[in-house]
Write a protein that binds this ligand. Structure first.
Ligand SMILES: [Ca+2]
Ligand SMILES: [Ca+2]
Ligand SMILES: [Ca+2]
Ligand SMILES: [Ca+2]
Length: 269
């Protein structure tokens, strides 16, 4: 049984009472990179030069009255709409931005916007900028804990990664495949973080009780991380989270790749 099958079973168990909806998948692309998003779950891939680096990126929330965390998806919230857009038509005519809006029907709105920027083919590098806007459109204050869960499997392999949180707002991950990743939360600083085993961490957010991230700052193996923000939104207020992910080749690995490519060329002669 592969990792995705195990995840699917765990997820179905957690949402057994939810109605099933058809898949709604959206793809954005730029340069050497593309990413897929699903309204029923979140980000489901990030491909760079033909290698998928991301197993999952999901957002979770817990209102002051909730007794567990809920994923931001079309099962737990009303998915008002989704769109893709081309924001750089002069350089690459494919759609490179993806936006979604979810509401809880009681005034809480969560809007996400992703913009992908690839680089030259074979560079092994790309960026993903993300903005999450949380609005209280209701008539009274809402307190909320908001979580970002990110499970990179660098180089397409899950169990050989190392990850750490630096400075409370920067996640770094690397592996032996020649890729390294960093994500920095530009604003605002999370109140808590956790770098841990992916099943342990996703379990905290998907199970039936209240959890807060415990500050674990490094892990080796099938690494995932989460950030937590605790927010109180007065009626009409909004909260913006802005962050950026970049994947680059590890130092020395481009030379190795180039060497391998040269070797391949020689062999073909
Ligand atoms: Ca474009
Ligand atoms: Ca890996
Ligand atoms: Ca929980
Ligand atoms: Ca992982």
């Amino acid at each position: 049984m592969d990792k995705r099958t195990v995840f699917g079973i765990a997820l179905c168990a957690g949402f057994a009472t939810s109605a099933l909806a058809g898949p709604q998948t959206f793809t954005i692309a730029d340069g050497n990179s593309s990413a897929e998003f699903d309204a029923a779950s979140g980000q489901i891939s990030w491909d760079i030069d033909g290698v998928n680096q991301v197993f999952a990126q999901e957002f979770y929330f817990r209102r002051g009255t909730d007794t567990r965390e809920y994923r931001v998806d079309s099962f737990n919230l009303n998915n008002v709409g989704n769109f893709t857009q081309d924001t750089n038509p002069f350089t690459d005519t494919r759609d490179d931005a993806f936006g979604s809006l979810f509401t809880d029907g009681a005034g809480l709105e969560i809007e996400t916007l992703f913009t992908i920027r690839g680089n030259a083919a074979g560079s092994g590098s790309a960026d993903l900028a993300e903005q999450i806007t949380i609005r209280n459109m209701g008539n009274s204050a809402v307190s909320l804990s908001f979580f970002q869960f990110v499970d990179f499997d660098l180089g397409g392999t899950a169990f050989d990664d190392f990850g750490q949180i630096v400075g409370g707002n920067t996640a770094q991950q690397s592996d032996g495949s020649g890729f390294q990743m960093s994500e920095t939360v530009a604003t605002p600083q999370p109140v808590a973080f956790q770098m841990d085993n992916s099943f342990v961490l996703s379990g905290l957010l998907r199970d039936g009780d209240i959890d807060n991230l415990d500050g674990t700052s490094s892990h080796s193996g099938d690494v995932a991380w989460a950030f937590q923000w605790d927010i109180t939104l007065e009626a009409g207020d909004s909260f913006l989270i802005s962050k950026n992910k970049s994947v680059v080749p590890a130092p020395g690995s481009l030379a190795l790749l180039a060497g391998a490519s040269l070797l391949g060329t020689r062999r073909r002669r």
